[in-house]
Structures are given as C-alpha cells and as structure tokens.
Design a binder for this molecule. Sequence first.
Ligand code: AMP
Length: 218
Amino acid sequence: MKNIIFIAPHGTGKGTQCDLITKEFGFKHLSTGDLIRKAIKKQDAFAKELEETINSGKLVSDDIVLKMIKDYLEENKNAQGIIFDGYPRTLNQAYALDELMANIKETINVVFYLDITKEEALKRTLGRLICANCQKSYNKFYEGLKPKQEGICDVCGGALTARGDDTEEAFNNLFDVFMEQTLPILDYYQNKNILEKIDASKTQEEMFQKINEKIKEA
Ligand code: AMP
C-alpha cells in the first residue's frame, strides 16, 4: 500500500490533485473535510456544532477527526493506496497518524506540500464554486475553470454554490491556523526525508506531472 499526505493552505486546489491521483493510481481519497461535511448532512445536534466550527475557520477536535480516520482505514484496508487530504493538520495529529500506521504495519511514503502565496490562495478561495449535486469544483476567476453557463454545472446541470467556509473571514482564520499549527509539520516530515515541495502557482496539469513522478518513485 502507498500512503500519501497532502499539506496545503485552504483554497490551494489539493482536492483537484487528489482526484487526478485517484484516477491515475486507483488510490482511496481520504478527505477529512469531506468526512466532516458528510457528518454535517445528518443535521443532528452534533452536526450543527461541527458546521459552526468549520464555518468559523476553526479546527474540529482531534478525537473526532481521529475516529473518522480510524473508521475509514478499517473500511478501506485492502486499498492500493490512501491519500490523506487535510490530515494531519497539527504536529499532534502527525504523531497520532504515525502511531495508527504503525499499528496496521503501514508507513507514509511521501508528503506533498503545495506552496502558494496568501494572496493567490485567497483569490482561489473566493472564486471557488461547487456543484451542489455532483460536487464538481469550478472557479469563477480563472478561464478554463469557469462553468460554461454561470451558476450551472457543465456535467449534471446542478446549481453551483460557494462553500460555507469559503469566506474572507474564515480564510483568514484558516490561514493563521495553517501558519501556526500546520507549518511545523513540514520540518517533521523533512527530517524523515519524505517531504516534496510543489509550486502551486503552476497549472493543475504541471503540478500533477511532478506529483505523478514522485508517487511512482516513492
Ligand atoms: P478542508 O475540506 O480540508 O478544507 O476542511 C474543511 C474544514 O474541516 C477545516 O477548515 C476544518 O474546520 C475541518 N477539518 C478538516 N480536516 C481537519 C483536521 N485534520 N483537523 C481538524 N479539523 C479539520
């Protein structure tokens, strides 16, 4: 099994890279953000609390996220590879993941850090639109990423909406959290010699070419 981690600030486009890897290598895409959004759809009291946390740009508690990861790994124990998207976000989560992987006799093969300026990440965040029906992602600020018809999904005709946490206020909170809590993880993986820095100002195709090569080498 090959295990990959993606680390990037909010709005970088890591979800798109994860989709491309899934198609190319058949790996499973473990997005903690998606698992949390799925839990929110249940609309119980717990869901309301989760929604308030993520829409204000704060992190969900470690215990909740770790339980989601454990359940996902258990359900996908025969996968050819796992892409960890959005986990770990703190050093404590990185330690917890190492322990979890050791327990199931697995290791992390490669960690991709998508490097981007704050200005560019904000622009991508504020332009992002998601199809409410099929989840395809668009961006109203970039040619080639705009839908053909404003507000309508090219693939299924569903309505395009902005995510609740794609606001400037949530972005600023998330960017501060990223700088304070997530950046220290880079040194941790650098010391293990498994960190790959990717220039996220490049196009999605150019980024994927480099990522693809590194996964094959890992
Ligand atoms: P994402 O889709 O990765 O941008 O995640 C959306 C939101 O879910 C984040 O802004 C956090 O509030 C929450 N979240 C996702 N992953 C984690 C994590 N590893 N730890 C804590 N909160 C998380």
